[in-house]
Design a protein around this ligand. Structure first.
Ligand SMILES: NC(=O)C1=CN([C@@H]2O[C@H](COP(=O)(O)OP(=O)(O)OC[C@H]3O[C@@H](n4cnc5c(N)ncnc54)[C@H](O)[C@@H]3O)[C@@H](O)[C@H]2O)C=CC1
Ligand SMILES: O=C(O)[C@@H]1CCC=N1
Length: 269
């Protein structure tokens, strides 16, 4: 597969992870990356054209897709400066949390073809999960191009109802953070039980990573894989009796996802 020239706005953690995946697939070298911090693009030197500001985008550049990967708070500054790139042949693919298609179209000057997507950081190892939603005017070819860009970094799914992107942001967008937190708190609990620090760290990391790999390789439900660990009257049963108390993990995860979904809606403003 060969990807057409792109314009990437923001080459931070997510933008950089996506760019690495696209280069692996074969990205047109005319691609332009706008990133104020040179360190963000150092790994890609010579393989794409780097400019530091939006004003430095070559005037005659007509990318097939513009990928919006700055922080949502930067949208009111960045999007109006991209209005000259709005044309039916160009799709704008945003990964900014909370920013709605209507809001982005307004900032871009009205008629932009916008896809709103929410990836996650396992994209850095091509194991991302992205959910995308097409806005008005997006053609099937543009949807296919966005799908190619998103499947270059992992799995992709599409929804037609944009409102679903807020809970998606809470569940799969932020989800890796919850899993990393699990590794952190397991390591801390291992230390509390007297395990040496380096062993506690290795155990927590390997257990989270190994369980993720088993889940990925298995067709069983997560609940079945959990039950497979839980011997009747054994040790895991005692731990799960604590974690699965209705007021513990079930309620806490609901509350956390609800809070993140609400924040995604707030970011629209
Ligand atoms: N980090 C994550 O897990 C995820 C982040 N996102 C979204 O991705 C976007 C980027 O997030 P991160 O990569 O985590 O942040 P980041 O801070 O690592 O990257 C943002 C980059 O944009 C650059 N930037 C700032 N102003 C700019 C401008 N005017 N023009 C061009 N570049 C500019 C910054 O220098 C920075 O390198 C956010 O909108 C976030 O909501 C989406 C899914 C997951
Ligand atoms: O925390 C955030 O706002 C972004 C969106 C999902 C993951 N990181």
């Amino acid at each position: 597969m060969s990807l057409p020239p792109l314009l990437l706005i923001g080459c931070g953690k997510m933008g950089g992870a996506m760019l690495a995946g696209w280069l692996e697939k074969g990205l047109a070298p005319e691609t332009v990356v706008v990133e104020p911090h040179a360190a963000g693009v150092a790994a890609f030197a010579g393989r794409v054209r780097h400019v530091a500001t939006l004003a430095d985008i070559p005037a005659d550049f007509a990318p097939a897709a513009v990928i919006l990967a700055t922080k949502p708070q930067e949208a009111p500054n960045a999007l109006p400066a991209l209005a000259h790139l709005v044309r039916p042949e160009t799709v704008f693919l945003s990964i900014m949390a909370g920013k709605t298609i209507a809001g982005m179209r307004k900032l871009l000057g009205g008629e932009a073809n916008v896809v709103r997507a929410m990836p996650n950081t396992p994209a850095a190892v091509r194991l991302g999960f992205t959910v995308a939603c097409p806005g008005p005017g997006v053609t099937s070819a543009q949807r296919e191009l966005c799908d190619s860009l998103l499947t270059a970094i992992g799995e992709a799914a599409w929804v037609e109802d944009e409102a679903l992107i807020d809970p998606v942001t809470a569940v799969s967008g932020g989800g890796p953070a919850y899993v990393f937190l699990l590794a952190e708190v397991m390591e801390k609990a291992a230390l509390s039980q007297g395990l040496p620090a380096d062993l506690a760290r290795r155990m927590a990391r390997a257990t989270v990573a190994g369980s993720g790999a088993l889940l990925a390789a298995s067709t069983e439900d997560a609940s079945t894989l959990r039950v497979n660990v839980t011997s009747p009257k054994g040790t895991t049963e005692r731990a799960l009796a604590v974690l699965m108390r209705p007021e513990n993990w079930p309620a806490i995860m609901e509350e956390a996802i609800e809070a993140a979904t609400a924040r995604s809606r707030e970011l629209a403003r």
